[in-house]
Design a protein around this ligand. Structure first.
Ligand code: PEP
Ligand code: MN
Length: 371
């Protein structure tokens, strides 16, 4: 992560507690369906959420940016009218993902309280410029999800573009990063990135979205608890009155009852850093190291799975485990890359040799295994 000046400190930011009297309690809890599907689904979900004290904002996707054009892409503008009815019936605030200047216009007309920028949009500065231009002079709160890939400067750039046109009620949403390899979670949290953001910009509110990090209901508690433990300012959790029937993200949506239990089971008082970040700098650095270490271990375990498959292949084809040319290539390539990244040759040789030795032992096991 390249170090940058703390230029956001010079920008104009307001704390969440000043956005609206309803939002003074920390952590801010936002919940609601991935997508608005029908008026009844949205209203039933909102009425059930209203009974959970901690929930202050209803979320709903209206225009869904989906990977495949054959997936459900949202109900469009009619959903804003349903959401406005839900707002009036419950007294909760509302938030919607906007993807175009026209979406922003429609949200403003339908009294949406908070806009959010999705991960796919915040990855694209061209869209962001257009969205920011549409908000010139309108100081509505905007939540900015992290870009799909772990580029902290792109995330900050998105924030700056909105701030420059006069949006001061800004917060970011950490929803994890696209995993290039298969992992247990839908998106890799890479906690070191939101922590680095918090370290550079202590006044920037960070909300965690454990639903999109987890991808399944079972892992949400652990991620939400970790986010609170790290001092995040809020949680955005997807909920649906009947999750099984959801038209998008069915596996990760909780029923309002499940959400209520989850919110009751979380510990809220164990923040690593509250307002005075200075004293907890060491903790922040340590959390960043832990997160990076966990990713290294996960990658090593993935490497060993491939090593086993290579072992099977060599066994079937009567090849030797140790192949000198391949070994030399591995050492040379990795030392070259590592040297460019500031690691010493001695360390790289030791590290690559250790990994290689473990790989040989694993393949040896495969060779000796009875079929
Ligand atoms: C969502 O919140 O439903 C959503 C589409 O999220 P993301 O932009 O994080 O993928
Ligand atoms: Mn979703």
């Amino acid at each position: 992560m390249p170090k940058k000046n703390n230029h956001l400190a010079a920008l104009n930011l307001q704390a969440i507690s000043t956005w609206n009297p309803l939002l003074k309690d920390k952590p801010l809890i936002i919940s609601g369906p991935c997508s608005a599907e029908t008026e009844k689904q949205l209203l039933d979900t909102a009425l059930a959420l209203k009974k959970i004290d901690r929930v202050k904002v209803i979320r709903a996707g209206i225009w869904k940016p989906r990977t495949s054009p054959n997936s459900f892409e949202g109900v469009g503008n009619i959903g804003l009218q349903w959401l406005n009815t839900a707002k009036k019936e419950t007294g909760l605030l509302t938030t919607v993902e906007v993807t175009t200047p026209e979406d922003i216009e429609a949200c403003l007309q339908n009294e949406v309280d908070i806009l959010w920028i999705g991960a796919r949009s915040s990855s694209n500065p061209v869209y962001i410029r257009k969205l920011a231009d549409a908000l010139k002079g309108i100081d509505i709160p905007v939540l900015i999800k992290n870009p799909i890939h772990p580029d902290i400067d792109l995330w900050i750039g998105t924030l700056e573009r909105f701030n420059k046109v006069g949006v001061s009620k800004l917060a970011v949403v950490h929803r994890g990063f696209f995993p290039f390899e298969k992992t247990a979670l839908r998106n890799i949290p890479k906690w070191e990135i939101p922590l680095e953001l918090k370290r550079r910009f202590p006044n920037l509110p960070i909300i965690c979205d454990p639903s999109h990090i987890a991808g399944n209901v079972d892992s949400i508690f652990e991620i939400a608890q970790k986010a609170l433990y790290l001092g995040m300012d809020g949680l955005m959790i997807e909920s649906h009155i009947d999750p099984k029937s959801a038209l998008s993200d069915a596996k990760q949506q909780m029923s309002p009852q499940q959400l209520s239990l989850l919110l009751d089971s979380l510990t809220y008082s164990h923040f690593v850093f509250e307002s005075n970040l200075k004293h907890d700098k060491l903790e922040v650095f340590r959390e960043q190291l832990d997160s990076i270490d966990q990713q290294m271990i996960e990658l090593l375990s993935q490497r060993m799975e491939i090593v086993e498959q290579i072992g099977e292949y060599k066994k079937k084809n009567n090849l030797t485990i140790f192949q000198l040319r391949r070994w030399q290539k591995t050492i040379n390539l990795n030392t070259k890359i590592g040297r460019k990244m500031g690691l010493s040759r001695e360390f790289l040789v030791k590290l690559v040799s250790l990994i290689h030795m473990e790989s040989i032992l694993r393949q040896n096991d495969v060779m000796n295994r009875e079929d």
